[in-house]
Write a protein that binds this ligand. Sequence first.
Ligand code: FAD
Length: 280
Amino acid sequence: MELGEIYDRKNNTTKPKISFEVFPPKDGDVSGLFEQVRILKRYNPVFISLTYGAGGSTRGLSLDILRYFLDLELNVMPHFTCVNTTKELIEHYIVQIENMGIENILALRGDLVDDAKVFDFKYANELVEFIKEKTTLSIGVAGYPEGHIESPTLQKDIENLKRKVDAGASAIFTQLFFDNEKFYNYTELVRKAGINLPIIPGIMPIRNIKQLEKMTSLARIEIPKNLKNDLEKFPDDIKKIGTEFAINQCKDLIESDVCGLHFFTLNKSKQISQILDSLL
Ligand code: FAD
């Protein structure tokens, strides 16, 4: 099912649509990932999204993983980045996934890494335009409630988001955040910019302090004061605090009528299951 149809309010039940993000394991051993995804399948996700390694480092493995998910009768949304690659390689990949029967793709620029030399496309809006021209894939794009790290202001970043929307995107998937007010403010600004696409909040339950610090500093994401205090005061209860925080965060988002919740699972199902069991 395509993104537009998934998030179409007319087809909606009252519950938000649940989706999960996973990544190809670094060591190539997919058995653990498959086991976790089989568990998460119980929650009837609208799709599973699969991240794309920087510069296409996991390309072959990604295709195998996507085939497995399709065999499990799961809808999928592969991520795809356009840094450090060529138009020809991009076309080859997107046509390949379309031929596999995949309907959706998350089109990203990717992070700029030191050895990223080949740039046929400088920004994600150019990739969106190209995918639209070459395939019938339905396209998701990234949004940043606290502004993208390279962007001087949130407003400027939203102007650039508009370029991706005008190029043919169908839904916006956000970066993780912990302060819902930032998401609500972002949604308001995006709407004011004339963008009416579904905006799906990205939820990352906290499970590990080092990982949290790395992610929040790389992407400049604020951790609310009381959450920070709790994490510092009770270092042995990180996962419990993370789970409770995510449950409350999601409850608030559901009350504000979000159309979906996209979970960054980090390839682990237990904490996500605990959260969903208390929500659904
Ligand atoms: P863009 O939309 O191109 O934006 C990049 C920066 O350039 C922004 O600051 C923007 O304001 C600015 N900009 C955009 N267009 C223009 C323009 N035309 N002129 C001037 N400035 C412009 N990375 C991976 O490597 N693999 C993944 O699987 C992956 N999955 C992700 C999933 C989600 C939900 C999110 C939110 C991010 C993900 N990322 C992933 C990270 C993403 O690749 C980085 O955040 C990257 O730095 C920006 O990608 P983008 O598509 O948002 O870029």
